[in-house]
Design a protein around this ligand. Structure first.
Ligand SMILES: Nc1ncnc2c1ncn2[C@@H]1O[C@H](COP(=O)(O)OP(=O)(O)O)[C@@H](O)[C@H]1O
Ligand SMILES: [Mg+2]
Length: 368
């Protein structure tokens, strides 16, 4: 069973939302609704997230990402469609049942860390457990473990303002992990961090994920971040999911010009692997002949950024080998250069979104 399923989700803000959904289903464009002061924030979004996956929702500011995320934990009621969490229809739960699911099974990490300034790091990390009514000794122990997981052992007694932005976000992550929730919802969680710290956090999340195997829905407006983190990526535009797939699917086979324009900014050399660009060796050629021609070897998982050095020692090509050392393909130098494309690297767009208001952040953390 999928951990999370979104089925034909719609969220319309403004007048007569149900009627607006019918019109959208009938093919009316959201811009026409906009003229009546109605905003179709999410239009017919369907996807599934498997246990242990990182599912990334990527799109520009205003494309509907946060609205979609808030329907996934029941904070916003869909105008139409359903959310199934472990097969349970969230949209059919009573407010009380929903609160219980939200406080025990789902955790949310925000862009702005939503830490309480007058609580210690440990108390901040323990907050979700406090709301669940877990006794002090146990919650402090679990919070301390979560802080250790996020690299903050030794900082338990510090105050949030003694920590750097990156460390504060680790506290936010520790708070989410301390509750043992299966599902983590992360809304632009790393977007406010400096690029280097942001990369560190991405690495740490991937590292943690290997051990903890949570199910994560991660929202970002940065395609590089999406590509690094996402097992699957959904690209949103104007409320609609315009493409879903793996990083490679999206990079190699963008489904339309909009997605294509996004991927011009991506560091392709980190996303594409030798396996995705290699060519099969000519039929009947012996491994030893191939290796004489292309003595440097890599695996199919090697990012193409790491093929330049072997390519230059090797001459014109690199051999891609399997676990037993057999040659499964060749990457020619020209193929490597072509795969990188000619687009200049562009800085990702500045994030213009307004942070979730503080009281809402607290409400969600508290599972209220
Ligand atoms: N509570 C609300 N009332 C009215 N419009 C809203 C509300 N929340 C979001 N919107 C609108 O829905 C659209 C999608 O917003 P949002 O989900 O925040 O996008 P993103 O997170 O991708 O930046 C925007 O046009 C936004 O103005
Ligand atoms: Mg948002």
């Amino acid at each position: 069973m999928s951990r999370l399923q979104a089925e034909h989700l719609y969220k319309v803000f403004g007048r007569r939302p149900d009627q607006a959904v019918q019109r959208l289903e009938g093919g009316t464009h959201r811009d026409e609704l906009r003229a009546d002061g109605t905003t179709a924030a999410v239009i017919d979004a369907s996807f599934t997230v498997e246990p242990g996956q990182i599912f990334v929702v990527m799109g520009l500011s205003g494309s509907g990402k946060s609205t979609l995320l808030r329907m996934l934990n029941g904070l916003l009621e869909p105008t139409a469609g359903r959310v199934l969490f472990d097969g349970q229809d969230l949209t059919a739960l009573s407010p009380r049942e929903l609160r219980s699911v939200r406080s025990t099974k789902i955790s949310m990490v925000f862009q702005h860390f939503a830490l309480f300034p007058h609580r210690s790091v440990l108390e901040n990390a323990a907050y979700g457990l406090e709301v669940q009514g877990v006794a002090r000794a146990e919650r402090e122990e679990r919070a301390a473990q979560a802080l250790e997981l996020t690299g903050l052992a030794g900082w338990e007694k510090s105050w949030p303002d003694e920590l750097s932005g990156g460390m504060q976000q680790r506290v936010g992550l520790a708070r989410a992990l301390a509750t043992d929730a299966d599902l983590l919802l992360m809304d632009e969680s790393f977007s406010a961090l400096d690029p280097l710290i942001r990369r560190d956090m991405q690495d740490q999340l991937l590292e943690l994920q290997k051990r903890l195997k949570k199910t994560i829905v991660f929202i970002t407006h940065d395609l590089n971040e999406a590509m690094r983190l996402g097992d699957r990526i959904a690209v949103m535009r104007d409320g609609e999911i315009v493409q879903q797939g793996t990083a490679e699917d999206i990079l190699v086979r963008p489904s339309n010009d909009y997605v294509a324009s996004f991927i011009q900014d991506v560091d392709r050399s980190r996303v594409l692997t030798a396996g995705s660009i290699m060519e099969a060796p000519a039929a009947g050629s012996a491994d030893e002949d191939l290796l004489a021609e292309a003595p440097a070897t890599v695996t199919s998982e090697t990012p193409i950024a790491e093929l330049f050095a072997p390519c230059s020692t090797s001459g014109a090509a690199v051999a891609v080998t399997d676990e037993d050392g057999g040659v499964i393909g060749l990457v020619q130098r020209e193929t490597l250069l072509a795969a990188l494309g000619e687009e200049p690297q562009v800085e990702p767009q500045a994030d213009t979104q307004v942070p979730a208001p503080r009281d809402e952040a607290e409400k969600v953390i508290a599972g209220a």
